[in-house]
Write a protein that binds this ligand. Structure first.
Ligand SMILES: [Zn+2]
Length: 443
């Protein structure tokens, strides 16, 4: 086994499950491994305490006039349940069929270890790095990074940088280098529609008082028109139209065609806002989705009841320039305006986060594109992600710096699921990528 794989295996053996307090000492032991590793590479390193799991911060000696690059990763992992579905023990990494199988192999130990080892190789070969480096590894990403924003705020000056590199996203397909430059935001709410003060007999009272479940269904149905467009007034007011180059680029990106989506989702058909491709709907258009709905009798057989209330949960995915607070207020206003007679409504806003977008054609973006092309042998596809990565938005808000999302995960890597895996090929490509990227960013 190569020394690079040995290092990766060493960290994969720590069950650094951040959500489980029984594993707090494993999380800490894993952090300590990185402290020792960074020290052995000649970097200055600090184990930074937080209210929960520590952050590892490593740096080289800064030289004025050089670019400062922050590489972010997280060394905590998801729980392993259901354990019986794993083909090998989650914390005893093995290589089979060209893949490393272990919890954390892709998310995120394998991906950030590639950067760490790229840094180590560069130092060994050249004696120093072409940039001022800040390597930040947190142990709380899988529980929502509760202490990272405070840490960034506290160390704002010390962490000032020209660009951030993160490998915690995916490649659209095997062998297709992928540069991510945008993420959707989110805003959520829960709605309770109230009717009678108790469940009623549907024979004795049905037809004479409003049914909250029917009213909730009417409200939900009012959120979209028949063509999939969100019908909330003002919902699209701030949405920037897609650039021509984006539509052109995305029309050629593999993995997001109609047939790909049908296969991945198992849905009988694709559906979404008229006038947009699936990639555009996923990456650059806002949505309003029902996440759950309940009320009334849910048990076996029938029960002739008129429920006293019905509830539903909504989440809106947002795109740049949509403010979460503004959008959720418009949704509330829409629901109040469409509330059927005979019921009342309780509206509770949930968590939210802004969308993120950077210019993939900036100086750093171009350096990343060149590095990806050099390592993978073809120009990268430039995509946005449909999901949200709050830390990237936090780093933008607090440090004012854009992030290059250099995804190395493959679609079948099974992160968060049993049999998580990372190809040896991508691990090794990631090491080369980190070396070339630092060289290009430093040039
Ligand atoms: Zn994860």
């Amino acid at each position: 086994m190569t020394p690079a794989l040995e290092d990766l295996f060493a960290v994969l053996r720590f069950p650094s499950i951040s959500t489980d307090s029984n594993h707090a000492s494993d999380v800490r032991a894993c952090a300590q491994w990185y402290v020792d590793k960074f020290k052995s590479m000649g970097l200055s390193v600090e184990l930074c305490e937080t209210a929960k799991h520590p952050i590892v911060l490593a740096k080289n000696e800064p030289v004025s006039g050089r670019k400062t690059v922050l590489i972010y990763g997280h060394y905590d992992v998801q729980p392993v349940d259901p354990i019986e579905l794993w083909d090998s023990a989650p914390f005893e990494p093995v290589i089979k069929d060209g893949k490393i199988w272990a919890r954390g192999a892709t998310d995120n130990k394998g991906q950030h270890m590639a950067h760490l080892l790229g840094v180590e190789e560069t130092i060994k070969e050249k004696g120093e790095l072409p940039v001022n480096l800040i390597f930040l590894l947190e142990g709380e990403e899988e529980i929502g990074s509760p202490n990272l924003p405070g840490f960034l705020e506290e160390r704002k000056e010390e962490l000032a940088c020209d660009v951030i590199a993160v490998s915690d996203t995916g490649m659209v397909a095997k062998g297709i280098p992928t540069l991510g430059y945008g993420l959707r935001g989110i805003t959520c709410c829960e709605v309770k529609v109230n009717g009678p003060d108790k469940d009623l007999h549907s024979g004795l009272y049905g037809g004479a008082v409003a049914n909250p479940a029917t009213a909730a269904a009417q409200l939900i149905a009012s959120l979209h028109d028949s063509e999939g467009k969100v019908a909330v007034e003002g919902f699209y007011d701030e949405v920037e139209p897609l650039a021509d180059w984006e539509r052109e680029m995305w029309s050629q990106v593999p993995g997001v065609s109609e047939s790909d989506l049908l296969e991945v989702t198992g849905s009988p058909a694709v559906f979404g806002e008229a006038g947009f491709s699936s990639a555009e709907r996923l990456w650059a258009r806002p949505t309003c989705e029902v996440n759950g709905m309940w009320g009334g009798y849910q048990g076996e057989g029938s029960k002739t009841v008129l429920p006293s209330y019905a509830c539903f949960k909504l989440s809106c995915r947002l795109v740049p320039d949509q403010e979460p607070e503004v959008i959720i207020a418009r949704v509330q206003k829409h629901l109040e305006a469409h509330l059927p007679t005979g019921v009342t409504m309780e509206f509770t806003p949930g968590h939210s986060g802004k969308a993120y977008v950077a210019d993939p054609h900036s100086e750093a973006g171009k350096a990343a594109q060149e590095a990806l092309e050099e390592v993978f042998g073809r120009p990268p596809v430039l995509i946005r992600e449909g999901g949200s990565i709050p830390i990237i938005q936090s780093m933008k808000e607090i440090l004012g710096t854009d992030t290059l999302m250099l995804g190395l995960a493959l679609p079948d890597c099974q992160i968060h699921s049993p049999n998580e895996n990372f190809t040896v090929e991508n691990f090794e490509a990631g090491i080369r990528l980190s070396k070339v990227l630092l060289e290009k960013l430093g040039a």
